[in-house]
Design a protein around this ligand. Structure first.
Ligand code: FAD
Length: 508
């Protein structure tokens, strides 16, 4: 029996775990190597955009997201009761996101308001992914620090060190999901161009002597920088534009947080104790490609930017959803290696756009009067519905449309969940995608589209629907084809699922 591992995933962060889940569902053998002994407890993402959430919902984590969101809402409610602030759920705009700290994105201006960001923290996301990975029998080998690899013609030899000594694995493909400082990216020789750090940001949880002096909760731009207090007790985010820290590796102390908080907020407050604190910069970079031979990158390993608007985690999760089924189809021998190139062509422009919006946000958060003047204009422009929707869709990612060469606006978009009529009942489209299959929504009435699909591949579930258009949906929820008849369906099947289709199976 051939026990060779198909894919080694480096990093059991959220992106590495979802990548492993996608690959396993699609029938390939995966090993995840993770440097840390246990999941990181660092305070990072506090929310996740709609597309990242949907990637998790399609793989069985809808209930876990709802439970984590309920916990967040309960904590926020307690905080707002204690501080006498408004119930943020009523204001709505907090949970439709913000642009540069302008919490002006309106639900009523959005085309798909039900597809919204969810206030679920990164630790909860990592925990639900770890549970799902465990349930699929995925091996996550912890305390394994990947130190080197060599690409052979038909394999990658990976080396790591662990407390038990040095180890080695041979695999067909290696995926670096090892975060912003990715050693896979560096060792494989990817370029990582971008802009160098200019300032310092802090995220902390602190016991503050007079927290009421920092209220109301939310973003405040001052002559010293930007700060946000809440919506949990002691939670601070601060932007200090006086430059990057001299020693970026030095531990963040209570004294440092207090000094920056006093300067940025202008409030007379003291930090009595620091529960957690991290420092980061506006380092903004994007890998030149997401693939070099048998080595691929996903998540922060491929792109780093400031966390404004909470986009990084979702961006990485959608990378994983895009890559997983494609790589598995190549490994199974069903699709040519060139399918992997579409991973870069589809995902890299999306990251490029996210990087650009974070740079733009940073520019209008600076304390100088010129930045303030542009910021005021942006705030006024956001009163117009079209502008509000435009910015809302940039921040949610819902403006994403991969260029699949179709004139139809729906083709290339990631479809949201929707009820699908099955027999006498409605079922969720996403529930039908839990096992990683593609879906055909067949509105042809005579089953012609389903017949064509069934004769072409076993990887698509065909579902008759009453209302059109018919749609071919890839496992990552991308609409690969849509139409009233079957025109173009054959080409889409050949392109994404079965290149061996011969012209004899093309419909008349
Ligand atoms: C303060 C802050 C706030 C944020 N807020 C948000 C937010 O609200 N919303 C949002 O969407 N995003 C947010 N982000 C971004 C989000 O946290 C990241 O985009 C996300 O963690 C990326 O996940 P990842 O799996 O790609 O990388 P990581 O989470 O960095 O995981 C990489 C993993 O690889 C492991 N690893 C590294 N090197 C090796 C090696 N050589 N061998 C083995 N293992 C290795 C690491 O130990 C780690 O477990 C925030 C980030 C920060 C810093």
């Amino acid at each position: 029996m051939n026990n060779r591992i198909d894919v080694v995933v480096v990093g059991a962060g959220p992106v590495g775990l979802l990548t492993a889940i996608e690959l396993t569902l699609a029938g390939v053998r995966v090993l995840v190597l993770e440097r840390l002994a246990a999941a990181s407890m660092a305070s990072k993402a506090m929310g996740i955009g709609p597309l990242g959430c949907e990637a998790l919902q399609r793989r069985g984590m809808a209930a876990s997201i709802a439970a984590a969101e309920a916990r967040t809402f309960a904590a926020i409610k307690q905080f707002t009761q204690q501080t006498g602030g408004p119930d943020l759920r009523g204001r709505g705009s907090k949970f439709t996101g913000h642009f540069a700290g302008l919490s002006l994105i309106r639900k009523d201006a959005q085309n798909e308001p039900e597809r919204r960001a969810r206030p679920v923290d990164q630790q909860a996301v990592e925990a639900m992914l770890a549970d799902r990975a465990l349930s699929l029998g995925i091996e996550v080998r912890r305390e394994c620090d990947v130190t080197n690899f060599v690409q052979q013609e038909d394999a990658v030899d990976v080396e790591w060190v662990s407390p038990a000594g040095a180890g080695h694995s041979r695999c067909s493909y290696l995926i670096g999901c090892d975060g912003g400082h990715s050693s896979v990216r560096k060792m494989a020789g990817f370029e990582f161009p971008g802009t160098a750090p200019t300032m310092t940001m802090y995220q902390a949880v602190a016991d503050i002597d007079h927290p009421e002096r920092l209220l109301p909760s939310g973003w405040h731009r001052t002559s010293g920088g930007v700060f946000s207090y809440g919506p949990f007790p002691g939670r601070l985010v601060m932007l200090d534009f006086s430059g990057p820290a001299e020693d970026r590796q030095a531990t963040v102390t209570g004294e440092e947080i207090e000094a920056v908080l006093r300067r940025v907020s202008g409030a007379d407050v003291r930090v009595k104790a620091l529960e957690s604190g991290s420092r980061w910069t506006d380092n903004t970079r994007l890998a030149d490609s997401y693939r070099r031979g048998r080595v691929l990158l996903a998540g922060d390993a491929a792109h780093v930017h400031t966390p404004f608007g909470g986009q990084g985690l979702g961006l990485g999760l959608v990378d994983a959803a895009n890559l997983g089924w494609k790589l598995a189809a190549v490994i199974r021998g069903e699709m040519p290696d060139s399918l992997l190139d579409t991973y870069t062509t589809e995902r890299r422009p999306i990251a490029e756009a996210v990087l650009a919006n974070t740079l733009a946000q940073m520019a209008i958060m600076r304390p100088d009067p010129q930045a303030g003047a542009i910021r005021d204009i942006v705030a006024k422009l956001m009163q117009f519905d079209d502008v509000n929707r435009f910015i809302g869709e940039i921040m949610s990612g819902l403006s994403i449309r991969y260029d699949l060469g179709s004139k139809r606006d729906d083709v290339g978009r990631l479809i949201g969940d929707r009820p699908v009529r099955r027999g006498d009942a409605n079922v969720s489209l996403y529930d039908l995608m839990q096992d990683g299959m593609g879906v055909l929504l067949d509105a042809s009435g005579d089953g012609k589209a389903s017949g064509l699909v069934a004769a072409s591949t076993q990887r698509i579930r065909c579902i008759a629907v009453e209302e059109g258009p018919s749609m071919l949906i890839r496992p990552d929820a991308c609409i690969a084809w849509a139409g009233e008849e079957t025109d173009g369906l054959y080409e889409a099947l050949r392109r994404w699922f079965n290149p061996a289709l011969d012209d004899g199976s093309r419909p008349e």
